[in-house]
Design a protein around this ligand. Structure first.
Ligand code: NAD
Length: 426
């Protein structure tokens, strides 16, 4: 994509996820030789909805909140993507995240397009009942645009399974019948899926194992450094240590814990649950958290936040495999440094797609009214993650590009093909 006439400063453009996504889109589109018209279609969101939601606050005041829902693509199926509540949500951010969901669903070959939503609010300043009223009114405003066949939201930053239960209930009240498949990430007894909390971490483990095979590495001698010990990083650590990987370091916002022989992850989790931090854990030594990412290791799994691997520090990484559990942990400027260093990158749109894959399973189970046991969920997740990994790596080899470019090319190609097959309705 052609950037603005006056390019932003290097720093600003390196850390802007929208620009990173555009750079990667441009490269993939150019290598695919997509014509200008198709590029325009793929860049343009299919629909953008802005709602202004009046809500009575607990103290009797009336406040108006602004909410967005962007459906980037519905070419391959209903839009799919989370809803975030934050004071600084912007339409631009929601647009970029919606497109990201389109590519993530396409790379895993799920029958979904991409969407994202957001409400500008600060949940830390709101009571649970105020959040409930915001959620219900936002859902009511979107009633005509969401639904199992149209757009299926899910939790994201500052929203959770309770938020999804309120959305499901509000939608169902308007529809005059219970419709569980309108959202995913619901509580298990309201149509949620088994295996969802572990799904993203499990997906990271599955694709890491595939990478090990390609590099001829053994699980038991594989050292893993994980940044972030939350839903993704914590689950990945738990499952990987159980499967025989050696988790040598966990890096959190306040400190890092290292043990060359492998950390006892269940004990570290217990310690964190009891004390609120990994600091002071007796089963390892505290090391400098800013240096921990640069330890010599076999697998580095950033699972905390975006923009942690940059043009400033990428040359210092000493890992064979980079499995991107977080969204956007690597800036687009750092990509070429990783390629020069020969690091095997499992890009975020593939590595952390386990979550949306089990969301897809939740939607399928809700529509079937028939629920799978956890083993079935895990087996099907494994099949999809392995197939997606193989597809990306084969694409990379065929087109002599790195894995990230291959993932984007594959995704763009699949969406463009769906649009071509459907034809342009006029
Ligand atoms: P989370 O809040 O559960 O966990 C994040 C963890 O990272 C927390 O333990 C936090 O203390 C830690 N952290 C924060 N800042 C840090 C820092 N500077 N250094 C080290 N650790 C830090 O969030 P999550 O759901 O695990 O999501 C993590 C990332 O994965 C995000 O980028 C998210 O968008 C992405 N992701 C999550 C899912 C999912 O299913 N949860 C799916 C796809 C992508």
């Amino acid at each position: 994509m052609i950037l603005e006439a006056t390019p932003p400063s290097t720093l600003e453009s390196e850390f802007n996820p929208k620009i990173s996504a555009e750079v990667r889109f441009d490269e993939a589109a150019a290598r695919l030789g997509l014509d200008e018209g198709m590029q325009k279609v793929l860049r343009s969101p299919s629909r953008e909805i802005i709602v202004h939601i009046p809500v009575s606050l607990d103290d009797g005041r009336l406040e108006v909140f602004t909410g967005y829902r962007v459906q980037h693509s519905i070419a391959r199926g209903p839009a799919k993507g989370g809803i975030r509540y934050a004071p600084d949500v912007t339409l631009d951010e929601v647009r970029a995240l919606a497109a990201w969901m389109t590519w993530k669903c396409a790379v895993t070959n799920l029958p979904f397009g991409g969407g994202k939503g957001g409400v500008i609010c600060d949940p830390t300043l709101l009571s649970p009942s105020e959040i409930e009223r915001i959620t219900r009114r936002y859902t009511a405003e979107l009633f005509d645009f969401i639904g199992p066949e149209k757009d299926v939201p899910a939790p994201d930053m500052n929203t959770n399974e309770q938020t999804m239960a309120w959305i499901m209930d509000t939608y169902s009240m308007h529809a005059r019948h219970t419709q569980t498949a309108v959202v995913t990430g619901k509580p298990i007894n309201l149509g949620g899926s088994k295996g969802r909390p572990e799904a993203t971490g499990r997906g990271c483990m599955i694709v890491t194992e595939q990478a090990l095979r390609r590099l001829g590495l053994e699980r038991s001698s594989t050292r893993v450094v994980i940044q972030g010990f939350g839903n993704v990083g914590g689950m990945a650590a738990k499952l990987m240590s159980r499967a025989g990987f050696k988790i040598v370091c966990i890096v959190e916002w306040d400190c890092a814990i290292y043990n060359a022989g492998g950390l006892d992850i269940p004990a570290l989790m217990k310690h964190r649950n009891e004390t609120g931090s990994i600091a002071g854990f007796s089963g390892g030594e505290m090391i400098d958290k800013t240096e921990a990412m640069f330890l010599e290791t076999d697998v580095l799994l950033p699972a905390a936040k975006e923009n942690v691997i940059t043009s400033d520090n990428a040359h210092r990484l000493r890992t064979k495999i980079l499995c991107e559990g977080a969204n956007g942990p690597t800036t687009h400027v750092a990509d070429s440094i990783l390629a020069e260093k020969g690091i095997f990158v499992i890009p975020d749109i593939l590595a952390n797609a386990g979550g949306v894959t089990v969301s897809y399973f939740e939607w399928v189970q809700d529509r079937q009214g028939y629920f799978w046991n956890e083993q079935m969920v895990n087996d099907r997740l494994e099949e999809i993650m392995i197939n997606s990994f193989q597809d990306v790596v084969a694409y990379a080899e065929k087109h002599s590009v790195n894995n990230r470019t291959a993932a984007y090319m594959l995704a763009l190609d699949r969406v463009a093909y769906a649009i071509k097959l459907r034809g342009i309705y006029a």
